[in-house]
Design a protein. Structure first.
Length: 567
């Protein structure tokens, strides 16, 4: 279209007219009302016609300065098609080219028709979540009302609204009365103030990092949204609570979906909210998308540079990616803000373990336990560090002691089963994994289920085949978690398929696995130690670990005992 593009005021295609001067879409002189994102999507497709736009190009055009997923774009295309009366199976307007993107099918004609702009154009798309159903249903009726009549109706409506506002301000809702008084009169809390109170309570419960408290947090966030459905922070809190439910408390697959959905809701209502992007980053992490998680967290950090949780999360995710020097740097930044932040202490301990400093890692796990004895992840990772240093009986004792206080806790029980397995008590380990599954009422516990199958006296072929396919499918869908490749290596090692086991160990190494002890000490990998290929993988892991240690200029910080004031 070249230079003429700036003079185009409307586009004609099929039976539709897209008037970009007035921001309207017409069919047979009847307006089709579109939410803002649908309108922006249609404009992008029309202006680019007949060219094909990739998914990435469309996301950048419609959601500039925002991080969104492919699924969000697909849902927006679906909504636009619905508004246009289009059929995805037999498209008239919007064509999807699998794996490439979208384009507009009809030929587009450009026109320049200068019309007098209306005195005021209502942006029906300002709130993309509440389509104007009244306008859609009554368009024909309004067209038959005279301008004078419409003016009178609008005037009466404004008077009514103003009167209602003044009257409602004088009425005290008994539910909203508090003990606070101003000039000896009870203060009336607004819905937003009540919602914020619920949100703060929910956040306090969420930060206790316990299953029952996390459930209470979810209830409070829902109460906040019942009072204010546009409250971005409440959506962000709800997203993080569902992520925590999945990650720490063996939640359901539905928690993953809710975590992502609520994070996007939070961004929708406030795309400058650091909490919203942080929630999206956590949701991406629990979904297995580490690179996307880091991008969302970096966006959050650009909006709130000193946010402790964001800094701590970045350190943890970089550690999982095997970028340990960067992880150490983020841990230090977080601890500089709060030296007693137990979550960062545990994250730092995990990174130190990956770097091969298992004794130092145990020091940090113990410090976290001293400061917050009920933070169970600290106890779990202390036991895992003891397994890394072949202190199998000590690990058993660690988990047994923790389980005396928190009976039947799935994660602690899993650690105990691991300890039995490393200690050569395979039958007891298998029985313990099975007990976890039964006590959790057969809830899906991926790693427990995996180890239950791998410690069986006779490998259940059918179930192993299904699990292998599931793990590979997660990788094909874009997960870049090294743990998935590592689990596949365990499966093939148990099946004595040496070549495949080593192939997935190499993949895990490329995805960030650096903790040599997880490969060198694991019982299932012991038969592979006679293999030259296996030993080359170990050598590569040790070299990578060494390089990360050389890059970690901040390690001295974590060796200083005075960093964490105990007691």
């Amino acid at each position: 279209m070249g230079e003429k593009k700036t003079r185009v005021t409307r586009y004609l295609f099929e039976d539709l007219i897209l008037d970009i001067q007035q921001g309207r879409l017409l069919r047979n002189d009847e307006e089709i009302y579109l939410p803002k994102l649908s309108y922006d999507l249609l404009v992008s497709l029309v202006e680019s016609s007949p060219a094909l736009l990739s998914q990435q190009e469309l996301m950048e055009k419609v959601w500039p300065d925002r991080v969104i997923g492919d699924e969000t774009l697909k849902q927006r295309v679906k909504l636009l098609r619905k508004s246009l009366g289009d059929d995805a199976g037999n498209p008239r307007y919007i064509e999807a080219i699998r794996g490439r993107g979208y384009r507009l099918r009809p030929k587009v004609k450009c026109e320049c028709v200068i019309n007098q702009a209306p005195a005021a154009i209502v942006d029906l798309a300002a709130n993309d979540h509440f389509p104007n159903i009244t306008y859609q249903q009554l368009t024909g009726i309004w067209r038959r009302i005279s301008r004078l009549g419409l003016t009178l109706i609008i005037g009466l409506s404004l008077v009514t609204v103003l009167y209602s506002q003044l009257y409602s301000n004088q009425q005290a809702d008994p539910v909203q009365l508090t003990a606070k008084k101003t000039n000896h009169s009870p203060q009336v809390l607004t819905a937003k103030e009540i919602a914020n109170d619920y949100y703060l309570k929910g956040k306090a419960y969420y930060q206790r990092y316990r299953k029952i408290d996390n459930s209470i947090a979810i209830e409070f966030f829902h109460k906040a949204l019942a009072k204010d459905p546009t409250f971005s922070l409440a959506y962000a809190g709800l997203s993080q609570a569902h992520s925590q439910q999945l990650f720490q408390f063996n939640g359901e697959e539905s928690d993953k979906i809710k975590a992502i959905d609520n994070a996007y809701q939070a961004i929708t209502f406030d795309n400058n909210s650091a909490d919203a992007y942080k929630a999206l980053g956590v949701a991406y992490y629990v979904s297995g998308w580490l690179s996307k998680s880091i991008n969302a967290h970096l966006k959050a950090l650009s909006l709130a540079p000193d946010n402790l949780e964001t800094l701590s999360n970045l350190g943890f995710i970089y550690s999982e990616q095997g970028k340990l020097a960067q992880a150490v740097n983020w841990h230090k930044k977080a601890l500089a803000i709060n030296p007693g932040h137990v979550v960062t202490m545990v994250h730092a301990g995990q990174t130190l373990g990956q770097l091969g400093h298992e004794q130092l890692a145990k020091t940090w796990f113990n410090k976290a336990i001293d400061l917050q004895p009920d933070y169970l992840l600290a106890s779990y990772h202390l036991g895992q560090a003891q397994l890394s240093t072949k202190q199998y009986q000590e690990a058993i004792t660690t988990y047994q002691d923790a389980l005396e206080r928190y009976q039947d806790h799935a994660l602690l029980s899993e650690g105990l089963a691991d300890s039995y397995f490393y200690n050569g008590q395979t039958e007891l380990a298998h029985k313990t994994y099975q007990e976890i599954i039964v006590k959790q009422e057969n809830k899906v516990l991926p790693r427990v289920h995996l180890m239950f199958l791998l410690t069986a006296a006779k490998l259940p072929t059918k179930e192993i085949t299904a699990l292998t396919a599931s793990l590979k499918n997660s990788l094909y869908e874009g997960s870049d978690k090294a743990s998935l490749s590592y689990d596949l290596a365990l499966i093939y090692a148990r099946q004595k398929q040496e070549q495949q086991a080593i192939r997935y160990l190499v993949q895990a190494l490329e995805q960030g696995l650096t903790q040599v002890s997880k490969v060198e000490n694991h019982p299932l990998f012991q038969p592979l130690k006679v293999s030259d290929s296996f030993n080359r993988v170990l050598t590569r892991m040790k070299q990578k670990q060494g390089r990360e240690n050389q890059l970690s200029s901040e390690l001295a910080f974590f060796k200083a005992e005075e960093v964490i004031p105990l007691g």
